[in-house]
Design a protein around this ligand. Structure first.
Ligand SMILES: Cc1ncc(COP(=O)(O)O)c(C=O)c1O
Length: 453
């Protein structure tokens, strides 16, 4: 492609496409066009190669171009590209995928409602909880408890349950009955307490909120067992998730786990909640579920919950045309096959420990602060001096400088302000981790020099 054609593509991209959560700052600098992917690497329109440490927004967990998945899509394409999962119709890949999920998901989770995106999966979970109580004669259970600092999607239900002001501010007032509660970000505890002595005070406060709002008013608590990249993967303290489960049972609320970021091996277990042996009533899955191939997500619940909808005229009132797309199901089944056959969950655990050690070693640079995360979900907090943990002046935008430096030097890395987050594909090797942390270290040195830190 000649330079003129490339310029035209960029111009048309900027003028005719609104990117999701667009950044004017980045669009003005240099919009990017990717044309090819291979394993953990991406190639742009100029042929430049990038190591992707964020796996295409936490999706391509088996890497690009997995032969098994490519072939499964081709095979399915020969037979049937799509028929909807509507009213009383199914396709074979859809059933096989549901069967597979039943076998790998924790506890009794094994009844699926297939949708197109993580947001829709959470939206369905919220609707499912409301209707479940209604079917049981508890019409008054319309409230939803959610936690500050968690993200649950872009729809109005998902935004209402999201505890990050940036995603909410333009759309207030959001849905009534959504009650914000405490997060479990122990390193930045909202109550100013220490995990060694707090006695899970945040959950005691949560319980008081439930009582104050009405002990029989809540349909569900929606939460992410390990919150996501927006706040640097804070791992919950011991006993926290077990106590959350008890709280929901005590007040008759359903427990919804959003494992859209954390599911399918990234934490070193197939699902994050398995680290603590806590099973929710409903789980939302997406992102890595499909390996990035074709949009597909799911809301998975138990036969007990499903029973509430299994009466004439009382079906779950939800649906979308493409939910459970035939090709998407074939690709997803093959993606799970790759995860299992290549032992990627265990690899993620091992490589995650290696990545964490490497990131912790960056502490020799004054601006590299604490590391937080689990498995291959790891975050490095930038600070002005790691001896005191004093934060950087956010106005300097050091995190953005580091992101841009990495990009210029052939690495895609996500930052949220001064939190640098890494969530590479589960197939990443030690050599590739060395490469990534090497580029990051150069970026830290460049930032220290640039800002005279
Ligand atoms: C934890 C979590 N929940 C929900 C979503 C929404 O998923 P989607 O963007 O596929 O709608 C995301 C996406 O980033 C997420 O990270």
């Amino acid at each position: 492609m000649d330079e003129k054609e490339k310029r035209q593509l960029l111009e048309d991209a900027v003028n005719h496409i609104i990117p999701h959560f667009a950044s004017w700052e980045l669009l003005r600098k240099q919009p990017k066009i990717f044309v090819r992917g291979e394993g953990c690497y991406l190639y742009d329109i100029d042929g430049k190669c990038y190591l992707d440490t964020f796996a295409s927004l936490l999706t391509t967990i088996c890497g690009h171009h997995q032969p098994v998945v490519d072939q499964a899509i081709r095979d399915q394409l020969e037979k049937l590209e799509f028929f909807p999962n509507y009213v009383d119709t199914f396709t074979v890949p859809l059933i096989e995928l549901a069967r597979k999920l039943d076998s790998i998901m924790p506890g009794d989770l094994g009844v699926c409602f297939f949708v197109n995106s993580g947001s829709e999966a959470n939206e369905t979970a919220l609707k499912m909880a409301r209707q479940y109580h209604l079917e049981n004669g508890e019409h008054q259970r319309y409230k939803v408890l959610f936690r500050r600092h968690s993200y649950h999607g872009t729809t109005l239900g998902g935004s209402s349950a999201t505890g990050l002001p940036w995603f909410r501010e333009y759309f207030e007032p959001l849905l009534p009955g959504y009650v914000a509660s405490y997060s479990a970000r122990c390193a930045l505890c909202e109550l100013g307490l220490e995990p060694s002595s707090c006695d899970l005070a945040c959950l005691k406060m949560m319980e008081q909120q439930i009582q104050w709002e009405g002990a029989d008013k809540f349909s569900a608590l929606i939460m992410d067992p390990v919150p996501g990249s927006n706040i640097g993967f804070p791992v919950p303290p011991d006993g926290y998730l077990q106590e959350v489960r008890r709280l929901c049972d005590r007040y008759g609320m359903l427990l919804i786990f959003d494992e859209i970021q954390t599911g399918f091996g990234k934490t070193g277990r197939m699902f994050a909640c398995e680290h603590w042996d806590v099973v929710p009533d409903i789980m939302a899955i997406g992102k890595g579920f499909t390996g990035g191939y074709i949009p597909l997500a799911a809301t998975v619940t138990t036969p007990h919950i499903y029973k509430a909808f299994q009466k004439a005229g009382h079906e779950l009132r939800s649906g979308s045309t493409y939910g459970g797309h035939t090709l998407g199901c074939a690709a997803t089944l093959a993606n799970i096959q790759v995860i299992e056959e290549q032992g990627l969950v265990e690899k993620a655990r091992v490589q995650g420990e290696y990545l964490r050690r490497k990131l912790e070693q960056l502490g020799r640079h004054k601006i590299a602060g604490r590391v937080s995360g689990i498995g291959l979900l790891q975050a490095l907090f930038m600070v002005s001096d790691n001896a005191t943990n004093a934060p950087l002046d956010p106005g300097l935008k050091v995190g953005n400088f580091i992101r841009d430096y990495c990009y210029d030097n052939g690495m895609i890395m996500r930052n949220n302000g001064d939190i640098l987050v890494m969530a590479p594909a589960l197939i990443i090797t030690e050599e590739q981790i060395d490469e990534a942390v090497g580029i990051l270290e150069q970026a830290l040195v460049a930032a220290t020099r640039h800002y005279k830190l």
